[in-house]
Design a protein around this ligand. Structure first.
Ligand code: SF4
Length: 214
């Protein structure tokens, strides 16, 4: 059920990728007054339509509780990402009221997952994989739209990240966020799981699901 929506004014988007975007945010009530948020960003490059980027949040929080991150304060368990298809369908419907021609001309949907915690935690990964599978099934089968995904991780479970590659996950981007420039600061912000890029890549190559990763 749509609870609220807001519209960000159209503005130039200063990045190396897009030169214009228009953003919308929707809030959906899922149960007992608890809500989830969805962002939708329309992108143009050189005057041509590129994609709609969906930020899918299930507001389920994150067990890592990094000190600066609002996900650590969410209400754990508000909604599993299995509602993702519903979220996308509702958002496409709502966008269609003002952006029908954009949606019909647009050849690509890009999805990222927000507010549901570190995605390499095995339980979270499992939910995200199910959501990705459901979204692919829903949108790949009936349209010619290209579907791609973005994940951001602190690399907590390298073996899980390796499994994403092994399974051929259609990722446009995999963002590795180490949160700080030194081990000392990372440990202060994130805790004992902090690592540098070299350690992370080594653990991706050598870790197994059964091994103790932490
Ligand atoms: S791991 Fe990521 S999502 Fe979780 S609290 Fe830290 S910054 Fe937030």
């Amino acid at each position: 059920m749509l609870y609220d929506s807001s519209h960000h004014p159209r503005e130039k988007y200063h990045s190396r990728v897009f030169d214009e975007q228009e953003g919308y945010r929707y809030t959906y009530v899922v149960r007992d007054g608890l809500f989830i948020e969805t962002g939708a960003y329309l992108h143009w490059l050189n005057g041509k339509i590129v994609d709609v980027a969906f930020d899918l949040s299930c507001m389920s929080g994150c067990a890592y509780k990094c000190k600066f991150c609002s996900s650590s304060r969410y209400n754990n368990g508000v909604s599993p990402p299995m509602k993702s298809v519903e979220q996308v369908e509702s958002t496409v419907l709502n966008l269609g009221y003002s952006q029908e021609s954009f949606l019909s001309e647009c050849g690509k949907f890009t999805f990222s997952f927000e507010g549901m915690g570190e995605p390499s935690i095995p339980d979270v990964s499992e939910n995200i994989m199910k959501a990705i599978g459901a979204i692919r099934k829903r949108y790949s089968s009936e349209s010619t739209k290209e579907i791609q995904f973005i994940l951001s991780t602190i690399g907590a479970y390298p073996s899980v990240i390796r499994s994403w590659a092994d399974e051929g996950l259609p990722l446009e981007t995999l963002q590795l966020s180490l949160h700080a420039v030194s081990n000392l600061n990372r440990r202060r912000l994130v805790g004992a799981t902090c690592q540098n890029v070299k350690e992370f890549l080594k653990r991706c190559r050598t870790s197994t699901r059964s091994a103790q990763e932490h």
